[in-house]
Write a protein that binds this ligand. Structure first.
Ligand SMILES: Cc1cc2nc3c(=O)[nH]c(=O)nc-3n(C[C@H](O)[C@H](O)[C@H](O)COP(=O)(O)OP(=O)(O)OC[C@H]3O[C@@H](n4cnc5c(N)ncnc54)[C@H](O)[C@@H]3O)c2cc1C
Length: 380
């Protein structure tokens, strides 16, 4: 049987390991003692992502819409009768993903760090903190600080920084999350997500905006949540803008290591789940044809980009435009957009493909014309 070394026991590594285990002897190397800890995620994913994951994670809450706060105090609420997202506990999610991969036959080696790889015509020799391992295929699922990406000679992606606290506070409306745009979270946005007696409050900022904790403290004051008991705190980096290449000779990358992140929301679970079947089918074809060359494995990148590449590219354009907008531009846009027609379009937003609502707006010339001045003023 062919063999694969998967680096990283997070959700991307576990998904890849589970799918490959049918045709490969799979060994997962994970530097931590367990999958999923420490948590570095909000855990907001769509029901579609839960379905694709093939597991049944604990759902902490279901949200049906959002109230968006603009810098000048304007708010726009959208609410749907269908769930927009579910809140999962990432430790529970990652643990179940790893369990599913083990059930499929993958072997996990925890507390074992990948340190490098040497590529030969007939194998890849993987070095770790505990020795060496020979495999036919190396999968880099080692997250945003991917060593496999670095060893493949690809430059690291750009990042935004995220920080989040769970606080003891019950939001009045348990079905709606609150989002804030503008300088409260420079280059990105902030969130308040209800889950029973607790609220998950966080934000992302562009790298140059200084320590995210300062912004978080200001957010808590602005949202009237300062002084509440903090139960837990997480922080982390999110790669934005993709990486140069997600395959090489005997090597493929998946998840954050591959820059598979929705640029608008910073969500990585959905794109990774979409990419995984293409990784498996490229690997299976490589086994069938005894050819693990980069040319053969390029089918992986072609496949996942065909599936989600356009949405990720559009998301990058949306983020670039958004980042050029000042608080005044955003308020101008809010005043132009605060109409029943706009709200009805936004009600349909799909968190996995947010660019679709922008395309819908552009198809309504009257609406596009109302929004254009604020956007154009910011961009030129
Ligand atoms: C604050 C914040 C909030 C977020 N919120 C959301 C959200 O709501 N929804 C969403 O979809 N996404 C969210 N994300 C993004 C999401 O967390 C990531 O996209 C997701 O974790 C990527 O999974 P992964 O398996 O690729 O990487 P990871 O989850 O980072 O897993 C990589 C694993 O590789 C291991 N590893 C690293 N180096 C080595 C090595 N050398 N040897 C062995 N093992 C190694 C690590 O220990 C880790 O376990 C958020 C991110 C942040 C920072």
């Amino acid at each position: 049987m062919a063999s694969a070394a998967v680096i990283g026991g997070g959700p991307a590594g576990s998904m890849a390991a589970r799918l490959l285990a049918g045709r490969f002897d799979v060994t997962v190397l994970e530097s931590r003692e367990t999958s999923g800890r420490p948590v570095q995620c909000t855990g907001l994913i769509t029901e579609e992502s839960v379905r694709m994951s093939g597991i049944r994670p604990d759902i902490l809450n279901t949200v049906y819409g959002a109230k968006v706060h603009f810098p000048g105090g304007g708010t726009m609420s959208v609410r749907s009768d269908r769930p927009k997202g579910v809140l999962v506990d990432r430790y529970d999610f990652d643990t179940r993903m790893a369990e599913a991969a083990r059930d499929a036959g993958a072997v996990y080696r925890y507390s074992e760090r990948y340190t490098g790889a040497e590529f030969f015509p007939d194998k890849v020799s993987v070095s770790s903190s505990r020795g060496r391992l020979a495999a036919d295929l190396l999968i880099g699922a080692d997250g945003h600080t991917s060593s496999v990406l670095r060893d493949a000679g690809c430059p690291a992606p750009r990042f935004v920084r995220g920080i989040q606290v769970d606080i003891k506070h019950r939001m009045e409306d348990q079905e709606i999350m609150e989002l804030r745009v503008g300088s409260v979270a420079p280059g990105s946005f902030s969130w308040e997500i209800p889950f029973g007696d607790h609220t998950r409050v966080g934000l992302c900022t562009r790298w140059s905006a200084g320590p995210p904790s300062d912004h978080l403290n200001r957010l808590l004051v602005k949202a009237g949540l300062d002084g509440k008991e903090i139960i837990s705190k997480v922080s982390g980096k999110i790669p934005i803008g993709g990486v140069e290449r997600t395959f090489g000779d005997r090597m493929m990358l998946i998840g954050d290591a591959a820059g598979q992140i929705k640029p608008v929301s910073g969500g990585g679970i959905y794109p990774m789940l979409k990419a995984a079947p293409y990784l498996a089918s490229a690997a299976f074809r490589a086994v069938d044809e005894g050819d693990f060359s980069s040319k053969k494995l390029s089918a992986y990148e072609k496949g996942w980009k065909r599936e989600i590449g356009r949405e990720l590219k559009r998301g990058c354009t949306m983020v670039k435009t958004y980042r050029k907008m000042s608080d005044e531009d955003l308020d101008r846009m809010f005043r132009a957009a605060d109409t029943p027609e706009m709200r009805s379009i936004l009600n349909d937003i799909d968190l996995d493909a947010p660019s679709k609502v922008v395309l819908k707006m552009l198809k309504r010339p009257a609406l596009a014309l109302r929004l254009a001045p604020a956007v154009v003023r910011a961009v030129i």
